[in-house]
Design a protein around this ligand. Sequence first.
Ligand code: DC
Length: 295
Amino acid sequence: MTSDTPAGSATRKGTGSAIPDAPAGSTASAASEPARGERPVSGLRSGGGEPSGEPGEATREGTGSAIPDAPAGIIAIDGPAGSGKSTVARTVADRLDLAYLDTGAMYRAVAFAALRRGIDPGDAEPVARLAARVEMSVEAGLVMVDGVDASIEIRGPEVTGAVSAVAANPAVRAELVARQRRWAVERGGGVVEGRDIGTVVFPAASVKVYLTASHEERSARRAREAGDLSYDSVASDIARRDRADSTRSADPLQAAADAVVVDTTGRSIEDVVAEVLQHVAEALGPRRGIGENAG
Ligand code: DC
C-alpha cells in the first residue's frame, strides 16, 4: 500500500532541494485576506472569525476559543505516519463525492513558510505569528503557501525534519484547528485526516476511524514511497515522529475513545477502504450524502 502522498505529488525523489527563499519584501504580514465576498475554492483562511451560523453547527470548547464545531457530516481519519490514512481518506472522499482535507499538509505548510523566511521552527512566538497570517490552500494534492506551489517541498526532508516542532506549538494548533473547522463549515462536512481530528478538531464527527499498522510495515511503505532513502533511516525517522506526535502536550496523537481502530498491516487499500465505507454506511446510511438528513 502506498500512503500519505497526495495525488499529484507521487514521488519524493528530488525533493531534497533547499526551501526557496521568500521573495524580497515578502513577510508574514504581507499575506492578505481574500477580498470581501470572494471565497477561495479551498480557502483555509486565517483569522478568528465568528461562527457562520450554518444549520447543525455547534460550538464546542477545544483547542482555541469557542469556534464552530463540525457541521452535520465529518468523517475523521486519524493515525500515525505510514498507516495509510491519506490514501484511504482520499479514496473514501472520492467514492462518496466529498471534500477531503489533509491537515498534515497544513502543519507542513507552516513549517515550509517558516523555513522560507529563515524563522527557526522551534521558535514558538514568531512561528505562531506566522501561522496566524500565512495564506494557504490545500486541494487535491496541490498545496499553495503564500501564492507559491509548495506541494513538493512540503514532503521533502527539510520540512519533514521541522514539522514536529511546528505541530507541537499550541498557538499554531489553535490557529490551524480554527481553519480546519471553518473549512468544514464552508463545505457542510467532508473527510478530514490527521492526528487529532476525532479527539480535538471534530469530537462530534459522524464517523471516526483510527488507522494503524506495525512500525515495520509503516516504515517499509514510506521507504518505498521515498525511493531514495534506506529502510533504516525511514524507520528511525518514523519512530522519532511517532514519539514526538504521541508525547507532545498539545493534542497528542491518540485514538478517540469512540473511534473504530483499523489495523492496516498486510491489508490492501481496497480492503481498508471497503471497511471504512462500511462504517460510514452504518453511521449515516448506505450511500447517504453528507449533509443530507441522516435520520
Ligand atoms: O500526516 P503528516 O506526516 O503529513 O503530518 C505532518 C506533521 O503534522 C506530523 O508531525 C504530525 C503533525 N500533524 C498534527 O500534529 N496534527 C494533525 N492533525 C496532522 C498532522
